[in-house]
Design a protein around this ligand. Sequence first.
Ligand SMILES: O=C(O)c1ccc[n+]([C@@H]2O[C@H](COP(=O)([O-])O)[C@@H](O)[C@H]2O)c1
Ligand SMILES: Cc1cc2nc[nH]c2cc1C
Length: 342
Amino acid sequence: MFDISSLDSTNRQSIQQFIDNKTKPLGALGELEALAVKLAMITGPKKIHLQQPVMLVFAGDHGIAEEGISIAPSTVTAQMVQNFLSGGAAINCFCQSSQMQLEIIDAGILQPISHPELTVQSLGRGTKNFIHEPAMSLQSVQKGISLGAEIIYRHVSQGSNVFGFGEMGIGNTSAAAALMSAITQLPVEECVGRGTGISDVVYTKKLQLIQSALLKHHNRLTDIKSILATLGGFEIVQTVGAMLAAAECQSIILVDGFISSTAALVACEIVPAAKDYMIFCHQSNESGHQKLLSFMQVKPLLKLELRLGEGTGAALAYPLLKAAQAFYNDMASFESAGVQSV
Ligand SMILES: O=C(O)c1ccc[n+]([C@@H]2O[C@H](COP(=O)([O-])O)[C@@H](O)[C@H]2O)c1
Ligand SMILES: Cc1cc2nc[nH]c2cc1C
């Protein structure tokens, strides 16, 4: 379905050599060098091109929220979507400061919102509660993947090649933790965290509910799309489709926190080469995130103890990509600057 090419690693060495000839001691720009290598491999190799970056925030509600496993009720999802549309959320501020366009997508929130700036491609008014039944049908998974992909094709046709992936959905750390455990086979305790900031008592309940759901649905958790249908969220499914389309279009994928990373994990299960296009922007304070990043063998750019989602970690990391672009494209070489090579 998605034709994703792995990155051509034959020019990795010449890209590193180009960096090594810049006027600095070898390796002195640390992780920024690895970032520049990746960006040059995706958009180069001669110059890094970052064009019209877009932050996509997919919103969806979750049936499991009725169990009271978040600090907030599901109504807050739509309220936060309104806040995004009014420009008042953290992601609005960070997109402004990082000069990224912001698009909000109703992938399946409970209360529909009519607003000229909202992209409505709802798969339903929230998922089913996966404690009792599968969250959605396989058809919804398929439709969600296609709808997510369409957003990317639209932006790519308008010239974008950098996409941030944020999300909003009360209860979605439960869905993400369940997906992570089902896919990685890591113990549920290593995947479940405190989300929006729940108490010890609520945490224990959340853990037990997810454990029992994984046991109940054991027979359905066979292939990646069934896992997604059983435990996923509408915003997660659309994010997966959008990430796969971004990789297909050889665009840069900025992965945000725990939920965004779980969508990245799912995308890589569907097409492993998608990982070549992903930049893991930060490590969230959600306890499962560190384990997930280790499982995927990736290193986040930032560790700021964020646990907000919305794409905030990705928007904060984008200036680092701009810095990598600036030094790769514009920094003098020993030869051009007449500096003795060291
Ligand atoms: O990005 C993260 O790592 C992250 C960690 C904790 C919470 N969140 C956000 O909080 C909401 C999910 O938390 P919860 O407790 O309702 O499952 C959802 O809207 C996410 O955007 C996000
Ligand atoms: C207020 C609030 C803002 C959020 N942003 C992302 N998830 C959120 C959850 C809550 C509860």
